[in-house]
Design a protein around this ligand. Structure first.
Ligand code: ADP
Ligand code: MG
Length: 628
């Protein structure tokens, strides 16, 4: 045996940088090294499989498998494949420079000042082969190229400045990566840990992965290889989906519903999405980590890829896989990537159709979905203009007549008479209180169904919606605009304004600063008056929200609307004509205003004064009725 020459070679400068970062900054996420090595082994097997198709005889009798071999005595972990292998020159080139596209874009984004500490950063790059140095203080690569007369070589490095390359005899074709584990990395010698990592990151690698502990060689592969999301829904028992969901999310309950979608066409992808059975409070927090798992060519690229769905669909869990995306895609490019955008649009449309179908065919399931995630659908109505109409079709609403069951807004509107061009609503915090709100009465007639909105997102949603299926959404809490009135109501209003012109002016004078305007509202039926807000007022809930964020918010401007046919108006008009400078008319005006406040759940600005005035009015009534 002739003595073998050992070549001593230096890493290229940028490779040293990557090594440095991998070893120092990414140090807190060492688990991913196994994913990287298994994915390289799998690539090598793919390449060989490809060559085998073209040249007969090549790689004959190969098992095309990946072996992970922990050796507790030697404290080494070996990842072996019988794939394509490398020649000596290839090893010097591929493992000595940053050959890989993944490592290249990793370096590029470092130059862009990316935050390298965050786990998301790591998750989305193949940091590649060099990740081996996170767990090993020395790495040997034994490799021999399949079907080549190049002898095998041993590449060896401690991950610092340089590596050595030496010819070896009798190496089998393929590659073994031997990691001499660092002292503190002994966990990677434990079978259960390795099993866990393969299941987590590489379960769907198409080649079989074995863990060889020496005891039971050639048992079952660790990875399942056939991703559940690639299988046709009719072939998979429901329990398997449920189990997958529960493993994925660590949920205790099975999902509420699932979507299996295999998109075909110019851009192909497969999606398996779930609606969880319950809501987690964190979903409403700004830093909630949304997203589905993204696989590209069977490799897990990102655990929480929130680029694939709009933010309001953050309650969905699951997996998306596309082979039309490049494996080395990075965070920025993921967001801007055209293919990702196409997938996101297609997926959003598909999710909405899924919900539409649930609403139609499984109303009970949909109701549960809406109870838990309705606020997020509402968020979509104001944040996703492109899907606003379809999302609004999904709304379930409380109404003045719905009792304890929400109604589909769409159905409700479809059942309205053709000529109805407005829908009334009120907003508040408590549905039960809203159901008996005095504002309901200004919907004009007791028969009119009024929508009751009791969630903080409703006001945002209503403001961006404006109308639904051609019907104006009209708040009963804000002033009655001319456009909110029917022709008959308009003429009634104008008539009252003529008749009681002087009285109106007098009332405005009396109420002064406390009120922005006094008007007639022919929509009122029984109540003498009502207090409403200026049309441009942001609304009580928004006001509270802004204040809780320390934003200055002026008080609401109040408008007093009067019922033109209520007897109180006639009495006041009478007094106005006979004794407009008297105490009594002034008392009545103030009291009427305070009454409006009380009826709408407020309190008089001056409760003591209100009490005295009411007492005076009662006494005068008594006097009047007293025979003299
Ligand atoms: P990438 O996989 O993105 O190309 P890596 O840093 O993971 O980058 O690997 C660098 C290169 O080393 C690969 O492109 C491949 O040429 C070579 N390589 C690594 N592992 C193996 C292996 N097990 N068999 C054959 N070639 C390998
Ligand atoms: Mg790789």
């Amino acid at each position: 045996m002739s003595p073998k020459k050992t070549r001593n070679l230096k890493f290229k400068a940028e490779t040293r940088r990557v090594l440095d970062i991998v070893i120092n900054s990414l140090y807190s996420h060492p688990d991913i090294f196994l994913r990287e090595l298994v994915s390289n082994a799998s690539d090598a097997l793919d390449k060989l499989r490809f060559e085998m198709v073209r040249s007969s005889g090549l790689g004959e009798g190969r098992k095309l498998r990946i072996d992970i071999i922990p050796d507790t005595e030697a404290r080494t972990l070996t990842v072996r494949d019988d794939g394509i292998g490398m020649t000596g020159d290839e090893m010097a080139a591929e493992l000595g420079t940053i050959a890989s596209s993944g490592t290249r874009s990793f370096l590029d984004s470092l130059e862009d000042g990316e935050d390298t500490e965050t786990p998301e950063f790591i998750g989305q790059f193949g940091v590649g082969f060099y990740s081996a140095f996170m767990v090993a203080d020395k790495v040997d690569v034994l490799s021999r190229k399949t079907g080549s007369d190049d002898p095998g070589h041993r590449w060896s490095s401690t991950g610092h400045e340089s590596f050595t390359l030496r010819e070896e005899d009798d190496l089998p074709e393929g590659t073994s990566i031997i990691l001499h584990l660092k002292e503190e990395m002994s966990e990677y010698l434990q079978e259960y840990r390795l099993r866990e990592l393969v299941r987590k990151y590489s379960d769907f690698i198409t080649h079989p992965v074995y863990i060889d502990t020496g005891e039971e060689a050639d048992s079952e592969p660790v990875n399942t290889r056939q991703p559940i999301w690639t299988r046709s829904e009719s072939d998979v028992p429901s329990e398997e989906y449920d189990e997958f969901f529960q493993n994925l999310t660590l949920a205790h309950e099975p999902p509420l519903s699932r979507l299996v979608y295999h998109a075909e066409g110019t851009i192909e992808f497969k999606a398996l999405l779930f609606v969880p059975s319950g809501r987690v409070m964190e979903m409403m927090l700004p830093d909630y980590k949304a997203g589905v798992r993204l696989y590209i060519r069977k490799v897990l690229i990102k655990e929480e890829a929130d680029e694939l769905l709009p933010r309001y669909l953050r309650f969905l869990k699951g997996v998306v896989e596309s082979d039309d995306l490049p494996l080395n895609i990075s965070r920025e490019t993921l967001q801007e990537n055209r293919t990702v955008q196409v997938i996101r649009n297609a997926l959003t449309g598909k999710v909405i159709s899924w919900f539409e179908k649930l609403l139609e065919e499984e109303p009970e399931t949909f109701t549960k979905l809406f109870e838990n995630f309705g606020d997020l659908i509402k968020e979509g109505i104001y944040s996703d203009a492109a899907h606003r109409e379809r999302l609004a079709d999904l709304l379930l609403v409380w109404t003045s007549r719905s009792g304890d069951e929400r109604k589909s807004l769409r159905k409700l509107v479809e059942e309205l008479p053709e000529d109805t061009d407005r829908i009334f609503y009120i907003t508040g915090t408590d549905r039960k209180e809203l159901a008996s709100s005095p504002y309901l009465e200004s919907a004009g007639g007791s028969g009119t169904e009024v929508l009751l909105f009791d969630s903080p997102v409703d006001e945002f949603m209503l403001q961006s919606l404006g109308e639904y299926r051609g019907k104006r959404l009209v708040s009963l809490l804000t002033e009655t605009g001319e456009e909110d009135l029917t022709e008959a109501e308009k003429s009634e209003k104008h008539h009252a304004e003529e008749t009681y012109k002087g009285l109106l002016e007098y009332m405005k004078d009396q109420l002064g600063e406390g009120v922005e305007d006094v008007r007639f509202s022919p929509r009122l039926t029984d109540a003498p008056c009502i207090i409403v807000m200026d049309r441009n007022d942001p609304g009580e809930m928004l006001r509270q929200m802004m204040r809780s964020m320390n934003q200055e918010m002026p008080d609401a401007k109040r408008i007093l609307e009067l019922n033109p046919v209520h007897p109180v108006i006639t009495v006041m008009q009478d007094l106005y004509e006979k004794d407009r400078s008297g105490e009594k008319l002034a008392d009545m005006v103030r009291t009427l205003f305070d009454l409006g406040l009380v009826m709408t759940g407020g309190r008089p600005d001056d409760p003591a004064g209100f009490g005295q005035r009411v007492a005076r009015l009662l006494a005068s009534e008594y006097e009047a009725g007293d025979p003299e």
